[in-house]
Design a protein around this ligand. Structure first.
Ligand code: ADP
Length: 389
């Protein structure tokens, strides 16, 4: 089989994409359309041999779905032989434990999950619809951020609510699974057989979560039924007393849409600092609220590392990844500070150099900073469908 596999990750403010020749190990082209909804969208494209997009055309200021059509139209013009499109789908619910061919029936099933991931799922599905229109002959494959966590024991997935509500789908699903799958696959290259031990991966980007793994499989995670739970994030609150949500609805007479906007887009680093949800901005600021936001981010991460280590019965390795995890030496140092009790002993020199191995020589627990690559995970899964077909 020859041809090209396109990987699409359609979000609310950005569309990331990559195109891989079927038998390649690296993308021939990858890029991102960012700043959607800001009035100043930007298109960045890297190609391995240049020429396809040189320079990348400036995208027009259009509503989201038209920008999506603009981008896919551009890719369709320049890329020939698209045999399959792999889509990142944030929520796969309980039944999707592996990538699937996106048939009409499956898409209808995924539409029903939109309320569980209102910030992500609708955009993911817009991407599927647009790609089906442009490449009707190509296999369309959905890869789920929730699927990696379906190996967790029942107690890790269950909320303490009555069974009929659990049966209706109210449970912990977990997210960032494509990133965790990539790390699980690359970790043996860095720490050998220890990768099968007790590992916590900290995916710290705009969204942030932790995953506890044993034998490379998820046993616990910090995100819940939605991607709102767990750690402090760029603009999301993370875990908050459910009683506080009820109080906002009742005593503050907020509508559920207002509470949703508050907790998804006006909280987290942005809400606490009052400045920005971007850690780089806070690290450059002397505002005491910027300091408080960073302290809270680190404190919650420390607490949840402790909780996940309890699920694992100890800790052999902590892996930092995504924008903050891979590049913020300051945040990694804050998180490891005072965590000697669990065996974390960060080497400040290696940390400030953004090295891969970050622990002191005699640290009982390995500490690593690794890149993640959700696109290549989607590419490999999608290729599996066409070679079978
Ligand atoms: P997304 O979840 O949208 O994919 P990223 O993984 O790119 O996001 O992470 C974005 C976050 O990473 C932002 O808070 C940004 O400030 C932070 N970040 C990226 N590079 C650095 C850096 N060099 N130092 C500190 N923070 C960084």
């Amino acid at each position: 089989m020859t041809g090209t596999i396109l990987v699409l990750n359609v979000g609310s403010s950005s569309i990331k994409f990559a195109a891989y020749p079927v038998h390649a190990l690296q993308p021939a082209l990858q890029g991102a359309l960012t700043g959607m909804g800001t009035g100043k969208p930007e298109l960045e494209i890297d190609t391995d041999h240049g020429g396809l997009f040189d320079p990348a055309p400036a995208p027009p200021d259009l509503p989201e779905e038209e920008l999506l059509a603009f981008l896919l139209g551009l890719l369709a013009e320049r890329l020939s032989g698209i045999v399959a499109v792999g889509h990142r789908i944030v929520h796969g619910g309980r039944s999707h434990t592996a990538p699937v061919l996106l048939t009409d029936a499956i898409i209808a099933d995924l539409q029903a999950l939109v309320p569980l991931a209102p910030l992500h799922e609708p955009h993911n599905l817009h991407g599927v619809a647009a790609a089906r229109r442009i490449w009707p002959e190509a296999a369309q494959v959905g890869c789920f951020d929730t699927a990696f966590h379906r190996t967790q024991p029942e107690v890790a997935q269950r909320f303490a609510i009555p069974g009929d509500l659990h049966d209706a789908g109210i449970q912990r699903y977990g997210f960032h699974g494509l990133s965790y799958q990539f790390i699980a696959g690359s970790l043996p290259d860095h720490i050998g057989s220890l990768a099968a031990g007790r590992v916590i991966v900290a995916h710290l980007g705009n969204g942030a979560s932790l995953c506890a793994m044993k034998e490379g499989k998820s046993v616990a995670t910090t995100m819940g039924m939605t991607a709102l739970d767990g750690l402090v994030m760029g603009t999301r609150s993370g875990a908050i007393d459910p009683g506080a949500v009820l109080h906002l609805l009742d005593a503050h007479a907020m509508s559920s849409a207002e509470v949703s906007d508050l907790l998804y887009t006006r909280s987290g680093l942005r809400g606490v600092s009052g400045l920005s949800g971007d850690l780089r901005v806070l690290e450059a600021s002397t505002d005491p609220n910027a300091e408080l936001a960073q302290a809270l981010f680190a404190y919650r991460a420390q607490q949840e590392i402790g909780a996940l280590a309890a699920s694992l019965g100890g800790l052999d390795a902590l892996v930092f990844t995504a924008g903050i995890g891979q590049f913020s030496a300051t945040m990694r140092a804050r998180i490891c500070e005072g965590m000697g009790w669990i065996g974390l002993d960060l080497d400040p020199g290696a940390n400030s150099r953004n090295a891969i191995h970050l622990q002191r020589d005699d640290s009982p627990v390995r500490i690593l900073a690794l890149p993640t690559d959700e696109e290549i995970v989607i590419f490999r899964a999608t290729r599996g469908f066409i070679s079978e077909g």
